[in-house]
Design a protein around this ligand. Structure first.
Ligand code: PLP
Length: 389
């Protein structure tokens, strides 16, 4: 069996040793329920609030604006559904919803849910590389009395960086702009425009925390109805016992990811260049689904389409060759369907299915990137041979 090469960082990273150590230490040293009023509970509460303050400092907000969640899916659900229901309650009418097909299912599915509740949903166009039409979003928002917009920082499939500033300049208490920042954190330098986001979702396991923790950062002027009703934790915004250990793990991973962002970007960009360079040198023809300019996309991400290849064979062949790559979002890749994002970019089913994403982690070496491209070239030649027989 060939050694495995990990090219799927956008789906998630292994939890880092420092982070796991912080998790275990906190769980041992502050094991009580942070809502308990006895001394042990107060100790757990202090540890939790310290982690919240660390996260707030990194995400440029005040500590009470940070809500810990089970991950970005929950943060997106809370940010979108919670804000839309609050607007409907306050205005007595359903807010208009705006997004694009580039959004992750974690944001699109709650919008569909709100659509079933009577909120009109408009999906604006994306271009060939999954960049959102900001003008259409802004025009839609301006025409609505109350609106909720979902906009990602960067696309998980093509790596396209989205036009945050133009849309976030429109955010008001009645025109909520929720940003899914999952793919930008640790990969891109902090963008000051993010500070205007009504809600901001971050996932722990994409930055080296364990799976099962995330954050919603909420602007003070955003009204939010809780989605998880419960014991009133986190100022009533998210019921459920908080985990001080997961909060500390998240804060530790966020510190490391943001401190190391520049080095990680430089290294993963070198991996991407090595991968694409070796693939080109092998004489293979492919189309680039990612934005052409390096400044327009995540440094670690490329997305390629191979015309004429049977897409159904592509992922299994990569897997057999030891390549951990992806087609579409991780949660839907088991379904072997063509990527909905690439379809919305204008690719037909066949080409969308004959596409793959390679996303490099800071732990992948440049040598591995070259080797991955060589293996991919070999397996693609085999697939072309089969197709032309
Ligand atoms: N948003 C984006 C852009 C993602 O890439 C992902 C994960 O793939 C999510 C949301 C969901 O995050 P989580 O796995 O923490 O629920």
């Amino acid at each position: 069996m060939p050694s495995r090469i990990f090219l799927d960082a956008n789906a998630g990273l292994p939890a880092r040793e420092e982070v796991l150590a912080a998790y275990v230490r906190t769980e041992r040293e502050a094991p009580a329920n942070p809502a308990s009023t006895h001394r042990s509970g107060r100790r757990a509460q202090a540890v939790l609030e310290d982690a919240r303050a660390r996260v707030a400092a990194r995400l440029r907000c005040d500590a009470p604006q940070i809500v810990f969640t089970s991950g970005a899916t929950e943060a997106d659900n809370l940010g979108l559904v919670g804000a839309a229901r609050a607007l409907r309650r306050m205005h007595g009418a359903a807010p208009a919803l705006f997004a694009s097909a580039a959004e992750h299912p974690a944001a699109l599915a709650p919008l569909r849910l709100l659509q079933l509740e009577g909120c009109p949903l408009t999906l604006v166009d994306i271009d060939r590389h999954a960049r959102v039409d900001a003008d259409a979003l802004v025009a839609g928002m301006r025409g609505a009395r109350a609106a909720v917009v979902a906009l990602q920082w960067a696309n998980n499939e093509t790596g396209a960086i989205q036009p945050l500033a133009a849309v976030l300049a429109e955010a008001t208490p009645d025109r909520v702009v929720h940003v899914d920042a999952v793919q930008g954190i640790g990969k891109l330098p902090w963008d000051a425009a993010l500070e205007q986001a009504s809600g901001l979702a971050v996932s722990g396991h994409k930055i080296g925390a364990p799976k099962g923790v995330g954050v919603l950062r909420l602007r003070d002027d955003v009204a939010l109805d809780a989605v998880l009703a419960g014991g009133g934790q986190q100022k009533g915004r998210r019921g459920g016992t908080e985990s001080p250990a997961l909060a500390v793990a998240f804060a530790t991973a966020l510190d490391l990811a943001m401190d190391e962002q520049q080095d990680a970007a430089r290294h993963t960009a070198a991996c991407t260049d090595a991968f694409l360079g070796t693939l080109r040198a092998a004489g293979l023809s492919f189309k680039e689904n990612h934005p052409p300019e390096a400044t327009e996309r995540l440094p670690n991400t490329c997305n390629l389409a191979f015309p004429g290849v049977d897409g159904r064979a592509l992922m299994p062949a990569c897997d057999l060759s030891g390549l951990d790559v992806a087609s579409g979002a991780a949660c839907s890749s088991g379904a072997a369907l063509p990527s909905a994002v690439l379809r919305a970019c204008g690719l037909n089913d066949e080409l969308a299915q004959a596409s793959l994403r390679a996303s490099f982690s800071p732990n992948t070496t440049v040598q591995e990137a070259h080797e991955a491209a060589r293996r991919l070239a070999t397996l693609l030649r085999r697939l072309y041979e089969v197709a032309n027989r």
